[in-house]
Design a protein around this ligand. Structure first.
Ligand code: ZN
Length: 507
């Protein structure tokens, strides 16, 4: 049987491409954290040059020659030698990437980069002035561009499918529509229960003064307890928190800081920490190949959400950490007990902004975007109609309507950047996370006690073992089935939330 050893020339070439990608990521990290403002234009040129180099290698004749040695370059089917599982997966995934890349002409890629780069600048200004009409013509060209892209990538029955496939391979509109419709129904019913509940937790103290240095120190302590390695990582500040990886031995996270909002910084740290554990948990031996890459955005998001919500908003976690938190913030929390704190961080309250939404309503924000994207891609919804539709849906699902488009249809950067099909992965991540965590509890019967005593790395090791180390070896569907014994099942998420909120709100 043939193994990865037989693919060495391909693996070395893939690694060479990855070295360029890692340099790109490092330059981007610097741009978001420490680069002086004046360096922006030169940095854009450095990035474009390196990205161009990587793309040339990815679709160039050498890659084609290498691949043709082992597979039929038109279909991706391996020549009739017998390959072991990792090699077969590697060939499948390399072909998948190659096939996508070669279908897009260089002229198209350049045009797309230019339009989205300008659109993001226009979007930023439009958001500032809450002026949707000034952004509309740019959004219109992006929608046309994405439809063109979908037709170049072809095959799929819906243009939206081709775009979703970038972020969550194998996921389709046909599967998402019933999944999200059922979930929406459950969440709306749950929201109604919450809003009718006789009691509601207070959360005013979360907006007292939380000194920045202590917030950072506490966040760092939690990250270390989770098993995030500061030897192979670091945390910095940025306007929008993110995780970036250059290699499993150098995975960096950022958080934001607001001294009057404990939730914002702490849960960002925990969220990015979950992403980072995934990147640090990849098999370095496979670096540069799909077997050493994260699987999909949905699975990535499942890792961040599992820590942020599944663990970070659970009672066992705070049984351990609340005394430590109280010691760090004795004045801020002097009159606040554990129960009150736990209620506050789990409080449900419909609001306008997705990134600040609670665990329940967050998914309703995603539904609004999913439904609008679908209408744009499949039903030719005119972009001028977006704000009206947005506000209608916000009213219907969340009962709140933005006063201005800045807090409405202009709030996210995704569409300006051409990222259509991205939003559904946020909710998929929530669903995967709940299902994985439920399985972890079955596999590790002592898990609650372990977490309650600060032994969080037991869970990290379980995630390493069950999910991280495989990279892209399995599809998301296969992985979920392998780990949990059943296909994606949203009831883990809904039931878990209903139980938790039922306790807090007394229904
Ligand atoms: Zn995330």
């Amino acid at each position: 049987m043939k193994s990865l050893k037989d693919l060495k020339p391909l693996i070395l070439f893939l690694r060479e491409i990855q070295q360029i990608n890692s340099a790109v990521s490092l330059l981007s990290w610097d741009q978001e954290t420490y680069m002086p403002k004046g360096g922006g234009e030169a940095r854009a040129e450095q990035l474009a040059a390196l990205e161009g180099m990587a793309h040339q290698k990815k679709i160039g004749p050498h890659m084609k020659r290498l691949l043709s040695r082992w597979i039929d370059i038109k279909t991706g089917v391996p020549e009739d030698e017998v390959w072991d599982d990792p090699s077969r997966a590697l060939l499948r995934e390399v072909f998948r990437d190659y096939n996508k890349a070669v279908r897009l002409p260089t002229e198209f890629v350049k045009r797309e980069a230019k339009i989205t780069s300008i659109a993001q600048q226009v979007w930023a200004e439009a958001k500032e002035k809450s002026d949707f009409p000034s952004f509309a013509p740019y959004l219109k060209s992006i929608v046309a561009l994405k439809k063109e892209e979908a037709s170049l990538l072809a095959d799929q029955s819906s243009p939206y499918d081709a775009l979703i496939d970038y972020y969550e391979p194998g996921m389709t509109v046909t599967r998402l529509v019933p999944l999200f419709a059922a979930l929406k129904k459950e969440l709306l019913a749950l929201l109604e229960k919450v809003q009718r509940a006789p009691i509601a937790p207070r959360d005013d103290f979360l907006h007292r003064c939380w000194p920045a240095r202590r917030q950072l120190a506490f966040g760092r302590r939690v990250l270390e307890t989770m098993g995030y390695s500061f030897l192979c990582g670091r945390q910095d500040l940025s306007a929008h928190p993110f995780t970036t990886s250059f290699h499993p031995t150098d995975v960096r996270i950022t958080t934001r800081m607001n001294e009057y909002n404990f939730l914002s910084s702490f849960f960002s740290s925990l969220h990015e920490g979950g992403h980072a554990l995934y990147d640090q948990g990849l098999n370095a031996e496979y670096f540069g190949t799909p077997l050493g890459e994260t699987l999909s955005l949905g699975i990535h998001e499942s890792q961040s959400r599992l820590w942020e919500n599944g663990i970070g908003r659970s009672m066992p976690f705070w049984n351990y950490f609340y005394p430590i938190l109280k010691e760090a913030f004795p004045r801020t929390l002097q009159d606040i007990g554990l129960e009150a704190f736990y209620g506050a961080i789990n409080r449900v309250s419909p609001s306008l902004i997705r990134v600040e939404a609670d665990e329940l309503t967050y998914n309703l924000h995603v539904m609004v975007r999913f439904e609008i994207e679908r209408a744009l891609m499949e039903e030719d919804l005119p972009v001028e109609e977006i704000p009206r539709l947005w506000n209608e849906k916000m009213e219907a699902y969340l009962g709140v309507v933005p006063d201005s488009d800045a807090d409405g249809a202009l709030q996210d950067i995704h569409w300006a950047g051409g990222a259509f099909g991205y939003f559904p992965t946020y909710t998929l991540g929530n669903l995967y996370a709940a299902q994985f965590l439920s399985q972890a509890r079955k596999d590790i019967p002592s898990l609650e006690t372990d977490i309650g005593q600060g032994r969080l790395t037991i869970l990290t090791h379980w995630l390493n073992e069950k999910i991280h180390r495989f990279g892209r070896r399995y599809s998301s569907d296969d992985l979920v089935r392998r780990v949990t014994g059943e296909p994606l099942n949203p009831s883990y998420f809904v039931d878990g939330l209903r139980e938790k909120l039922g306790e807090i709100y007394g229904f």
